[in-house]
Write a protein that binds this ligand. Structure first.
Ligand code: G
Ligand code: G
Ligand code: MN
Ligand code: NA
Length: 250
């Protein structure tokens, strides 16, 4: 509970910060974008990872203002990056209620003046769990703003394929659990190959997540995956590390 009390005040106290992990473009052989990952710099606990506070933030309704802060901060920081480099922001299912997300995204784009095509929203299957018309309408409203939409952690939900049928995502992010075993387990390799083929057929780009080794990198590139992300390229780091990460992989 102490955490919850602190969390309520963390936004006003400006204790949140975004870290960025590069997303490598296999074909272009360079960093094409960064995923923003929120951290909470707690005065006593130190750097708290999202796994420890996002769920609480959702419960207490903080996720809406926190999500808006993440969007505005990510867009504003991305404006300082070399032209064309994109930024991806994770969006929680709770932010999708009442179309609040559309206003948050509109406001972030207006305030930062980031071209909408450089912002990508990562949503998980939980957003589409109800598969209701309101959710789809919200996704289309976001699409009309000009932002891109990625299906995150693909393959870990209950019926991923039906979600791909209900909405034309720009990108499928293949969950790291499949990438981890891609060279050691035949079935993981075959699943990854099938998902890349699926993306190709449906006109959706694919990103392999959690790449940690040269072997995984080589395998994904050979299979025709569009992008890769993982510790092999870089761990998520503060905004000031972004230029160095771009340099390292250019
Ligand atoms: O950053 P890690 O390195 O610990 O991130 C863990 C998880 O936290 C990610 O899978 C992501 O789904 C979630 N997460 C990170 N940043 C954000 C954010 O800004 N908003 C939401 N809703 N989830 C986030
Ligand atoms: O939003 P998403 O669930 O995809 O968040 C990505 C999570 O995966 C973050 O917690 C990030 O720190 C973590 N991550 C990114 N690259 C790697 C990696 O190569 N290995 C592992 N184990 N975790 C990673
Ligand atoms: Mn993500
Ligand atoms: Na993911």
């Amino acid at each position: 509970r102490a955490l919850e009390i602190d969390l309520r005040e963390a936004l006003e106290r400006e204790e949140f910060e975004l870290h960025y992990q590069p997303i490598y473009d296999f074909r272009g052989r360079r960093i094409g974008g960064f995923e923003a990952l929120v951290r909470w710099r707690h005065p006593v606990r130190g750097l708290v990872p999202p796994a420890e506070f996002i769920a609480v933030a959702e419960e207490i309704g903080l996720i809406v203002p926190l999500g808006a802060w993440c969007l505005t901060t990510a867009c504003t920081e991305a404006m300082r990056w070399p032209d064309g480099i994109k930024v991806a922001v994770n969006v929680s299912a709770v932010q999708f209620r009442d179309e609040i997300i559309v206003e948050s995204v509109r406001a972030a784009l207006a305030k930062s003046r980031l071209p909408p095509g450089r912002l990508e929203l990562e949503i998980t299957e939980s957003v589409l769990l109800k598969d209701n018309l309101a959710t789809l309408a919200t996704l289309y409203a976001l699409r009309r703003l000009g932002v891109r939409i990625a299906m995150d952690d693909f393959g870990t939900g209950y019926s991923s394929l039906s979600y791909l049928r209900s909405f034309p995502f720009d990108k499928i992010k293949i969950d790291q659990s499949f990438v981890r075993d891609i060279t050691s387990k035949t079935d993981s390799g075959l699943i990854v190959r099938a998902v890349i083929g699926l993306g190709l057929s449906l006109g959706m780009r694919t990103t392999g997540e959690g790449i940690e080794t040269q072997e995984q990198f080589d395998r994904l590139r050979c299979e025709g995956c569009d992008e890769g992300q993982g510790y092999f390229f870089a761990k998520p780091g503060p905004a000031r590390d972004v230029p160095r990460m771009i340099e390292r992989w250019s």
